[in-house]
Design a protein around this ligand. Structure first.
Ligand SMILES: Cc1ncc(C[n+]2csc(CCOP(=O)(O)OP(=O)(O)O)c2C)c(N)n1
Length: 358
């Protein structure tokens, strides 16, 4: 792999709407699986917004609206043994890794049956079996964490790759630099997915970095980089497959820059007053990753509209069931807050059976 800054998405207003790359070996079932994950991500998030408006969510809701293809496509190219550390905006990667919507709902509502038992929120939880490292921070700290995981895996002769997602804002931090520099020097199989989604909270990327493309930063670490259309789910899959092969063969760290767009604010409370008029609408109309993939599936005759509707209906059923389950979960007992946060498994007798059994 080498640095390519040739990214130039065709304007949708030339009369031809954007679709996805046809250069892929993905089979029909896999393409439909990708579609299911895209819809699942979007509809789980929509349900979370409903719950938020009903004041059932504790904390904020962080959407990936308009950029779902980056997380879904890249994670789909990984093996079960590979590790990811996603941002709050990479719910799609978490779902592809096998986390169920019910866990996400229960976690967002801080319920006792959620993965952290109400001790933490949104996707701040992990699942080591599935290679999902819960983020401790959005802002670069997970790069050294993943680097450490990969160093440990090398010492144990395990053949895994690790993917760390990062935003254009998070790339400005010292933790990002130190972690990636160390991974590059050690030639660890670290794959950075840099999400150029135009904003870090309210800061536009032009005020975040003097580089035109985030991929240019790879030069400073001596690692290869490539730019992918982050709203083309097939391209995201293909680029990750290539990067993972490269890293697994001992090539070292790789940086993938995904060009995409954050259509919602930083979280649901953010009214996006800093965004130019018409910008969000332009992306919604011309460059929505799900619209593009639907067009692709129909044009390529991978599926007809009935098949896509059937998949969507299945996703809605799953969300309804999982959301009911999460809503029926009790809130945690107050005393539980003191346990299993640090390495303190000593649980008072009154809490023992319930806490230790789940
Ligand atoms: C030390 C610290 N400062 C500020 C924040 C609040 N914060 C969380 S994410 C974020 C912006 C991140 O932007 P970017 O890295 O571009 O990712 P995006 O949200 O666009 O996915 C900010 C300011 C924080 N979590 N930690």
């Amino acid at each position: 792999m080498r640095i390519s800054t040739k990214f130039a998405p065709r304007k949708a207003d030339d009369g031809k709407p954007l679709t996805c790359t046809t250069d892929t070996d993905l089979k029909r079932e896999q393409l439909l699986d990708l579609y299911r994950y895209l819809k699942l991500t979007r509809l789980v998030e929509e349900r979370l917004v409903n719950l938020y408006r009903q004041t059932k969510v504790v904390g904020g809701v962080f959407r990936s609206l308009g950029q779902e293809a980056t997380a879904v496509g890249t994670a789909y190219a990984l093996g079960q043994q590979d590790f990811i550390t996603p941002l709050i905006r990479d719910l799609g990667a978490v779902l592809v890794k096998g986390i169920r919507p019910r866990d996400v709902f229960a976690q967002y509502m801080a319920k006792a049956w959620g993965p952290s038992g109400g001790r933490d929120l949104n996707i701040h939880f992990g699942d080591m079996e599935r290679g999902f490292i819960g983020p401790i921070s959005h802002l670069g700290d997970m790069i050294p964490v993943m680097t450490g995981i990969l160093l440990g895996a090398r010492m144990q002769n395990k053949s895994i790759v690790g993917v760390a997602y990062i935003g254009d804002g998070g790339m400005s931090t010292g933790a990002f630099h130190e972690g990636l520099n160390f991974a590059a020097v050690q030639r660890l199989p670290l794959i950075i997915v840099a999400e150029y989604n135009h904003y870090a909270y309210s800061t536009p990327t032009s005020l975040q970095t003097a580089c035109r493309d985030l991929a240019e930063k790879a030069v400073g670490y001596g690692i290869p980089a490539t730019i992918v259309d982050g709203n083309d789910v097939v391209a995201c899959y293909e680029v990750m497959k290539q990067a993972a092969d490269f890293a697994r063969r001992g090539g070292g760290a790789v940086l993938i820059e995904a060009k995409t767009y954050r259509r919602k604010g930083h979280a649901e409370h953010d009214d996006q007053r800093y965004v130019a008029d018409g910008e969000i609408e332009w992306w919604e109309k011309n460059n929505d990753p799900i619209d593009r993939f639907e067009r692709y599936l129909l044009d390529q005759k991978v599926a007809n509209q009935e098949k896509l509707d059937e998949i969507t209906a299945g996703v809605i059923r799953e969300i309804d069931e999982d959301c009911d389950w999460a809503e029926s979960s009790p809130m945690p007992q107050p005393e539980e807050a003191a346990y299993r946060v640090f390495d303190n498994e000593i649980v008072p007798p009154s809490l023992r059976p319930k806490v230790l059994e789940n």
